[in-house]
Design a protein around this ligand. Structure first.
Ligand code: ZN
Length: 142
């Protein structure tokens, strides 16, 4: 089994897709956002900022463990967003692969610099939060 197959198998096993009925009611009511990330690109080391392609979501794996998720900010500001996938880090995110092969990130991403974008990545689609563009520390309930 090649290393890539093993990584793919690991990702599939670790991140079982949610049941098909999840979000079904919501999907029927409002049109879905277009797909922004079509796949997860597994890499051994992070691509340089200049090699980070918009619409690509990279998962940096070392020693068979996911370490980082990287992607160009979906708002178009050209910043590269880097998220830790390592549970010992605070904060950290969980990257899962849906049965369509697209990425899902939990929790939401809220940039505390630059564009201050706040969004979810769900099945490769960007769901913008109503408070995107405001600083996380200015949220009403802190
Ligand atoms: Zn941005």
């Amino acid at each position: 089994m090649s290393i890539l197959n093993r990584i793919t198998a690991w990702l599939s096993a670790a991140f079982a897709p949610p049941p098909a009925h999840d979000h079904g009611a919501q999907r029927a009511l409002e049109p879905e956002a277009p797909v922004h990330f079509t796949a997860i690109t597994v890499v051994g080391k992070p691509p340089g900022n200049e090699n980070t392609v918009p619409g690509q979501l990279y998962c940096v794996m070392t020693a068979n463990q996911p370490k980082w998720a990287l992607f160009k900010c979906p708002c178009g500001c050209e910043s590269v967003v880097t998220l830790s996938l390592q549970p010992m880090h605070r904060p950290h995110w969980r990257l899962t692969r849906t049965h369509s092969g697209r990425p899902m990130l939990y929790p939401s991403v809220w940039r505390d610099q630059g564009c201050l974008s706040h969004f979810w990545v769900r099945d490769g689609r960007i769901a913008w939060c109503y408070d995107t563009g405001t600083h996380p520390e200015l949220r009403g309930y802190s």
